[in-house]
Structure formats: C-alpha cells, structure tokens
Design a protein around this ligand. Structure first.
Ligand code: C5P
Length: 471
C-alpha cells in the first residue's frame, strides 16, 4: 500500500483531521491511519446492537496506552547501538519515535532506523511534510520520555546552552518531558572541562544520565571512560523512569527457581525432597508485584502458579538447568529451588519389578549439575549482575552459608535452618539470614510472603545503588 498523502486532501478536510488528531493526542498521519483501520474493522464486523458514542477515549483505554519515547540519535560511532536500543525498547512494549540528526545519519541510515522503529525517523526542522504531520512542538510533547543516544559532546553543549538550530535541539528545548542522556565520546572529550561543565549544568537542570562506561573505544588503542551504555542497560533505565514509584523493579528481568526436583528411578518412582516451593513462588509473586518481568522455573509442586508470571514446569535437575539457560539473559537470578544433588546413574526405562528370591536392586547415584554454580561462574557478559542462592542447612547455618557463598560464586546467600524442629520445610514461615561479601543480616522470624517482600525491597535498593554508582 502506498503512503498517505495528507497534503492532497482539501483544506476543510485537513482542518477537521487536524482538530480530531489534536483531540485524540495523535499526529495527523496517525489519526488518518486510525480512521482507515476502524473503517476496515467496521466493514468486517456486524454492527453492534447499541453502539455507545465514543467522543473521547475512556480512562481505561487511556491507562492501557503503551508508553512512548522519543529517541534522538546523535552523530557518533555508537549510533549503531541505537538500533539495538530501539529493538530492546519495543520488545518491552514501548513505542519508539526517532529523530536522527544530520551527523547521526552519517553513521546509520533513516531506512534502517525506520525499519526497526516501525515508523520513519524525523530528520529535518524545515521539512514541510514532517512539520505538517507532527511539528517539532508536538514531537517534543507527544511522548513520555526523551532519550538521547548517543549523546555527543556537541549535542550536550548545545542542550546546556539552550541552542535550537536543528530538529533534535529544537525538540530538546521544547519538551516538557524527562530527558535521559546516554553520552558517548572519546575519553578526552568526556574528561574535558567544558564537557564536564555541561554535564553538571544538565544534571542541575534535571536531566538524567546513563553511562558512559569504561572500555575500549572505536579508535584503535584508545581506552577510558566514554563508551555508550549498553542498549539493555539504557532500556532498563528507561523502564524505571517510566514506571510508577511503586514498581521499583520495572524493566528488570528476573529468573527464579523454586520447588524440589524429581529424579527418576524408573517410570513410576523417583527421588525427591520435602520442598513445597512456597518460598520461591512467594519471591516470584513479590518480584512481579514490584514490576519485574519474571520467569519462574518450578519443579513439581502442588501450589498454584503465581499470576502474571511466565512459569516453566520441570521435573529433574537437568531439565531445570536447561530451562534456566533458555530463560537467560536475566538481570537478577534467584535460585530458591531445592535441587537434588544426585540422580540415579542409569534410570530404568521399564518399571523395576520385585522378584521373589532376587537380590534387592541397588541404586548407583551420580552428581547433578549445580545450577547456581553454573550460572554464577558464567563469563561477566552472560552472568546476571545479581545472583542469589539459598542455603537450607540443618546445623552451623551461618558457617555453611559463608562457605557456600565462596564455593558457588554467587553474590548473596539466603540461609535458613531447615532442621525438622523449625517446621520451615513445607511450612508457611521462615527465619533467614542474608549473607553477602560485606556481612550478614539476621532477619526476624516471619511469613514466607514477608521474607519475599523484604528480599525484593533489598534487591530494589541494591539495583538502584548499582545504577547510581554507574552514572
Ligand atoms: O549445595 P546446596 O544444595 O546446599 O546449595 C543450595 C543452593 O544451590 C540453592 O540456591 C539451590 O537452588 C542451588 N542448587 C542448584 N543446583 C544444584 C544444587 C543446589 O542450583 N544441583
């Protein structure tokens, strides 16, 4: 289908369309597309018995509106990462509209940006088509957040001084929405006093920064601070900025294991343990309530799946490891499952029969893969930035948990005493100790739901501190 040419409509029609678009908070082009889409849908479906007038969008429809961001792509070699950023944002359900600066289009083409964003980028302040369809003021306001990635030294200098001599700077000056900058430049340019002065001024103006990070630069032999933050990190930051305050883990991907594993002996028998999955499932529910995108890998349990969570059901430790690896990457991984340490070396394909006079069968065991240790020891690029293990101990809880922290290579251990007298295994309450490289916290006896809530709050605080330390 050819593109819509609104310019060719008569003046009265254009005026009506403009009015309608303004009332519905859309661009003229979007409004025209909506009218056509609705007309096509009406033609396909039988008329409703009692049509309700739809003058203005309902509150519910407005609430369900996807978040929108305006991405300004500046001119730097890191512009290629912006294509991945668009993808990361869109897979989080965020609509992305792009402005490509003249310098930006020296590095990536409007065609590739448009193909990934699903909408052509805006490039020119004085393009009559663009101005008629949207206009730079609407471009600046019809969004929930403005991102600049890569934010070059020049773009930041212009922003800090209120310049508006091209579309990107005009939009940045006209916007009334939060701005997130992902600076990217040569380390010397970043360290330059002028740049640092501009950064401070922009931060004082309420602009948020993500990165830059340290590392190799595009120029051979150059190293230092100036690398643009990775697209995933920017996407997480965007989701956090868009999220309501009660969703501190919005934008984070969490992977949680829960429940026991069943290790087959034959088709009808298995080795198991007493884990109910209550603690792991409670953590998954609390994480989802805090806005995280959760995948729960659950062994066989009798409790229901928590709502709003992707749940992968597995039986054995090997299946659990495969499901965990498939669910990666994750920002935070919590291994609350009671994974069987051993499995039967060779499980029988047929049910083992009891035979009179025959010797009692002997089970030879072999070690299961250690899921927590496997994920904790992944190379930094693939390892979740926060890995948490559990330690179910029946004696010397603290000492054993510390040893486990070191042996498994995870960041925290949540240790609990599961000796039968405590009733923790299968029960509804828990007493845990949180052990990390910096020390130990003793939490009070409380319900498993309260432990989950406390753990999620602790994680949210830690992620926020990590984020602040990075920027
Ligand atoms: O070694 P141990 O079973 O005491 O360690 C407990 C911790 O290790 C828990 O976080 C548990 O989920 C994890 N684990 C694992 N894979 C195993 C054994 C334990 O992920 N095979």
């Amino acid at each position: 289908m050819g593109s819509l040419t609104i310019r060719k409509l008569d003046e009265a029609m254009k005026a009506r369309l403009r009015l309608r678009a303004a009332r519905n908070g859309r661009s003229v082009e979007e409004e025209a597309r909506t009218i056509l889409r609705d007309a096509a849908a009406d033609a396909e479906s039988p008329p409703a018995a009692d049509p309700t007038p739809t003058e203005a969008p309902s509150a519910a429809a407005a609430a369900a509106k996807p978040a929108r961001v305006l991405l300004v792509i500046g001119g730097g070699i890191a512009a290629y990462k912006s294509l991945d950023l668009i993808r990361r944002l869109r897979e989080r359900g965020i609509a992305v509209r792009c402005v490509l600066t003249r310098a930006g289009s020296e590095f990536i083409t409007p065609l590739s940006v448009g193909a990934i964003a699903g909408e052509r980028p805006y490039t020119d302040l004085f393009n009559p088509d663009h101005e008629f369809d949207v206009g730079h003021i609407r471009l600046a306001r019809d969004t929930d957040l403005v991102i600049v990635a890569p934010a070059t030294a020049d773009l930041m200098a212009k922003m800090a001084n209120g310049h508006a001599d091209d579309l990107a700077t005009a939009v940045l000056l006209a916007t009334d929405k939060p701005i997130l900058l992902a600076p990217a430049m040569n380390p010397r340019m970043w360290a330059n006093k002028a740049t640092q002065r501009n950064v401070t001024r922009l931060q004082n103006d309420g602009v948020t920064l993500v990165g830059p990070g340290e590392g190799e630069m595009a120029e051979r032999g150059e190293r230092g601070r100036g690398r643009m933050a990775e697209p995933l990190e920017i996407a997480v930051r965007v989701t956090a900025l868009l999220a309501p305050q009660d969703k501190p883990l919005a934008g984070y991907r969490m992977l949680i294991t829960s429940g026991p594993t069943h290790e087959p002996i034959d088709p009808v028998r298995y080795i198991a343990n007493r884990s109910s999955g209550k603690q792991g499932h409670a953590i998954a529910a609390a994480a989802a309530a805090a806005g995280a995108e959760v995948t729960l890998v659950s062994g066989p349990v009798t409790i229901p799946d928590p709502n709003g969570i992707t749940v992968v059901h597995v039986e054995s430790a090997r299946e659990m490891l495969a499901a965990v690896e498939k669910a990666m990457p994750a920002d935070i991984a919590i291994f609350a499952a009671a994974v069987a340490d051993w499995r039967v070396a060779r499980d029988s394909e047929q049910k083992i029969k009891k035979q009179t006079g025959a010797a009692t069968p002997e089970l030879s065991l072999t070690e299961n893969p250690d899921i927590l240790a496997t994920i904790s020891k992944l190379p930094p690029a693939r390892r979740p930035p926060l890995v948490i293990g559990f330690a179910a101990e029946t004696e010397h809880v603290e000492r054993h948990a510390r040893e486990k922290l070191a042996r498994k290579g995870c960041d925290w251990i949540v240790a609990n005493d599961v000796s039968p007298a405590t009733g923790i295994m299968g029960g509804d309450s828990n007493t845990v100790h949180l052990i990390s490289a910096t020390g130990i916290e003793h939490w009070p006896p409380q319900s498993k739901d309260a432990v989950a809530q406390m753990l999620i709050e602790h994680i949210a605080r830690t992620m926020l501190e990590k984020m602040k330390a990075k920027s």
